[in-house]
Design a protein around this ligand. Structure first.
Ligand code: HEC
Ligand code: HEC
Length: 211
């Protein structure tokens, strides 16, 4: 690690993400400063250009990482590293990082304050909320809430969906449709096949709008 200069820079960085401290206090786990410093250095050097220094990516094709669950983030980073989840940019970026660095950067981003993508389309949001909370009994779609949580906050292993970019959510669900696509999950493959395009658009708008 580039210690001295990096550290000075990190202090400035932590100040730039001031809201992070507030969010971190809400977290149940106490983590010593050092892993977070490592995490911040990795984030600045390798990730911020796409995901933002505080985990708020500007372009909707880059997922928001702020407030995402640490264990889920770490699992995904390992999946990219092992070639189980395919994305050229991500596979390139995790190359050469140790498990400790991946864990640290996952923890760093998990501690940032989540954002959201507000939508004013009340009718579409209502359809999305219905799908999320009730599913669709005609197509056998279970409520997303049964796994992703009532507030779409996820759990240790399951992703938080609240506030994620709608375009990213739509793209991931489409990716799950194809068993040989860039990403596979037997559970999400079933969901992806049962969601119609309109339902997917609606549920993505609803989730992006959530705080
Ligand atoms: C050149 C742009 C770029 C850089 C730099 C980058 N990423 Fe990504 N990242 C992406 C893209 C694009 C995706 C979405 C891939 C997909 O569609 O599956 C992604 C997805 C992810 C995901 C999956 C999130 C989820 O919700 O499943 C994680 C975690 C992640 N990136 C972490 C990182 C970390 C940590 C770094 C730095 C070590 C990093 N990224 C650097 C572009 C980038
Ligand atoms: C039976 C449990 C279950 C249900 C119900 C479920 N999901 Fe999932 N979802 C998962 C799991 C498990 C993953 C993580 C897959 C992985 O590790 O790649 C996931 C991942 C996702 C992702 C990827 C998030 C990211 O950050 O990349 C999206 C988007 C998603 N689910 C949307 C939905 C939507 C929308 C619904 C409702 C239509 C839904 N899920 C219902 C279990 C579920």
């Amino acid at each position: 690690m580039r210690t001295m200069t990096a550290r000075g820079w990190v202090v400035a960085g932590l100040m730039a993400c001031a809201s992070a401290a507030v969010w971190a206090q809400a977290g149940a786990r106490a983590v010593s400063v050092d892993p977070l410093v490592i995490g911040e250095v990795v984030a600045r050097d390798r990730c911020a250009v796409c995901h933002g220094p505080c985990g708020q990516s500007v372009a909707p094709n880059y997922p928001r990482l702020a407030g995402q669950n640490a264990q889920y983030l770490f699992n995904q980073l390992q999946a990219f590293a092992r070639g189980e989840r395919l994305d050229t940019a991500m596979q390139e970026k995790v190359k050469g990082l140790s498990a400790t660095e991946l864990e640290a950067v996952a923890e760093y981003y998990a501690r940032q304050k989540p954002g959201n993508t507000p939508s004013g389309d009340e009718l579409l949001l209502a359809v999305g909320r219905y799908i999320y909370e009730r599913g669709n009994r005609h197509s056998g779609l279970p409520p997303c809430a049964t796994c992703h949580g009532a507030q779409a906050q996820g759990s240790a292993e399951l992703p938080r969906l609240a506030g994620q970019h709608p375009a990213y959510i739509q793209r991931q669900v489409m990716a799950f449709r194809d068993r040989n696509g860039p990403r596979d999950s037997p559970v999400m493959r079933v969901m992806a096949h049962r969601l119609s395009d309109l339902e997917l658009e609606a549920v993505a708008a609803y989730l992006g709008n959530l705080k």
